[in-house]
Structures are given as C-alpha cells and as structure tokens.
Design a protein around this ligand. Structure first.
Ligand SMILES: OC[C@H]1O[C@H](O)[C@H](O)[C@@H]1O
Length: 329
C-alpha cells in the first residue's frame, strides 16, 4: 500500500466562475462574500445567468490537496462524484494534477456531481452558491482504512460535518490515521456549520485531532465569543496546534504555550476564492516536510497570495519556483 504524505476528505465540487457586480448579486438575491447552499433548480437559474463562465475543479479541502500536490507532496483526495460528465471531469482533473482521486465516480443513484456557482465581484470578493448533490453523502464506506492508515497527515473538511455519516467517517478516518502513526486535523470551513454542530465539533477537536485550521470567524464561533484572544486560548486548551488566518492581519499559530504571529502583505485580490485553502496547502506542505511553524505559515501566505492574484481556486504559477525565489525552500 502506498504511503501518502497528505490525504484530504472533503466535498468534491466543480466550480463555475464568472464575474458580476454587486447590483447583479442583489438582483439575483445572492448574499455577498459567503458560501450559500442552494437547490438544483436555483443552480440552473444561476448557471444560465453567468456570462463568460469558467469551469474548474474546486471544493475547499480538495483545493488544498491539489495545491499541496502541486508542491510535490504525495497526496490523495477522498470525495464523492457521480459518474456523470462533471464527475468524470473532476476525477480526471485531480488525477492529472498528480493527486490520487481514491474513489472512482459513483454510478447509478439520482444525485449528480456537486457544483458551485461562484460570482467574483470587482473588489475580488467571491459569493459561492453551492448545490451539494452527491458529495455530501460521503460516509465511512468511502474512507478506506488502508488509505487513512497510510496517511502521514489527514485533513478533514468541516463542511462534511453537517451529516451524521460525515461525522462518523471523520472519526474513523482520524482514528485509522492515528493507528498508522499519522496526524489528523480539520479545516473548520464555516462558522454556520460550527453553529449547527458545536458540541460535536469541539468533541472531535478535543478527542481526535492534532491540529485545527480556521479563520477568525470560525475560531470565534467554536466558543460563541466575539473575543478572538479568548477563542484562541480556549481552542489551544483542547488542541495541540491551532492555526488562525486573520486576513490582512496575518496568521496566528498556537502550539502549546508557544505563539507565533506572522504578518501578511495586504493586497486587493482579483478573486478571493481558495485563499484559505491554498494557505492550508502551503502550511501542510511545510508540516509534511518538517519545517518549523513560522516557515509553514510563511509558505502558506505565499500560496494564498498567489491564488488570489487570478481567477480560480488553485495555483497557476510554479509554486516551488515562487517559494524558492522567496527563500522559503
Ligand atoms: O474554498 C473555496 C471552495 O469552496 C467551495 O466549496 C468551492 O468549491 C470553492 O472552490
């Protein structure tokens, strides 16, 4: 059995991206800057309204894994796509990017491959409208014990925590990863998802996970507080490694009693989609290759900065070259 330096479990989503101004968002009833879940019919209406649309593989943790794969990690992604045109496109794209898309597209059934209609505003903010389809049906059956047991780092996507079978799959994946000597962590993904499952999130983090990555809103949501420092301290009490991305305010890493604050250069994004995902790709690449946490965060920042400089959630530049140029490799 192959050993993976990094394995991710998450929603496998095809992104359809177009640019739109704020009045268009208002007209279509789209809330700016968040991920909203939609039904299939609304997806079709939004799809038809998109001018100059671009189609690309997305999904939060999948973007992270693709980014880490592009940096040279032996990586695998576990997610569900239907055996339809979008699903085959997705699986092929992951494999072509050098990431093992572990489970083949699922034949039969009624739920199609997930897609997200993403509108990018002139200020670079992205508004995601996601029809989840088959991807959120992920269960323990999709997570091979062998793959989890042979993963040095397992990265879970908080969005999948919305269903009981997703929670069960995460628990098993983390335990099997630990049995094989690996470390498991989670991208919190969404404060609203934490809102719905706070107790289970906290139990998973405290009892099963070695690290957690989230933005300010997500970390604060874990402990229902507006005080980031309080939320960080409480998260660090239950998890050995806490990584908090704070937009223009940089990144805070808490590792036991040690704290590192790494600044970022503020830039106006072309498209903010995937910023957190690519930060995680760089950070986990650093972890997998034995770098200290400050370097991990700096690598993450370079990866995030690259992805927001163009449309789409995955890197376009040669990231290894870019990082070498910055003296980070
Ligand atoms: O984090 C960005 C990703 O979240 C959504 O799931 C989209 O697929 C997009 O690629």
């Amino acid at each position: 059995m192959k050993t993976y330096q990094l394995t991710g479990i998450g929603n496998a989503v095809v992104d359809v991206i177009s640019q739109a101004d704020d009045s268009f968002l208002e007209l279509m009833g789209i809330e700016k800057g968040i991920m909203q879940l939609i039904e299939q019919e609304r997806g079709e209406v939004l799809y038809a309204s998109m001018e100059g649309r671009v189609q690309t593989p997305g999904g939060s943790v999948a973007n992270t894994i693709a980014g880490a794969g592009a940096l040279g990690l032996d990586s695998a992604f576990i997610g569900r796509v239907h055996d339809d045109a979008l699903g085959r496109f997705y699986a092929d794209a992951m494999n072509e990017d050098g990431v093992d898309f572990v489970n083949p597209p699922v034949p039969g059934g009624e739920l199609p491959t997930s897609r997200s209609m993403i509108f990018v505003s002139p200020d670079g903010e992205r508004s995601m409208n996601t029809y989840l389809g088959i991807s959120s049906e992920l269960s323990s059956e999709d997570v091979s014990e062998d793959v989890a047991g042979n993963s040095q780092i397992m990265f879970l996507e908080g969005y999948l925590f919305d269903k009981e079978k997703g929670k069960a799959a995460f628990l098993e994946a983390a335990r099997n990863c630990h049995k094989g000597g690996g470390k498991a962590g989670i991208a919190i993904s969404d404060p609203f998802c934490v809102e719905r499952h706070r107790v289970d999130f906290l139990l998973l983090i405290e009892n099963e996970l070695d690290f957690v990555i989230g933005n300010e809103a997500e970390i604060k949501s874990l402990f229902e507080t507006d005080d980031l420092e309080e939320a960080l301290a409480k998260t660090a009490e239950i998890c050995p490694l806490v990584v908090c991305t704070r937009s223009g305010d940089g990144v805070t890493v808490l590792n036991g009693d040690a704290r590192i604050d790494v600044p970022v250069e503020k830039v106006i994004p072309v498209d903010a989609t995937g910023a957190g995902d690519q930060f995680a790709a760089g950070f986990l690449y650093g972890m997998a290759t034995g770098r200290d946490y400050e370097t991990c965060a700096r690598i993450g920042n370079v990866c995030a900065r690259e992805v927001i400089s163009h449309i789409g959630p995955r890197p376009e530049a040669n990231m290894l070259e870019l990082l070498r140029g910055k003296g980070l490799l």
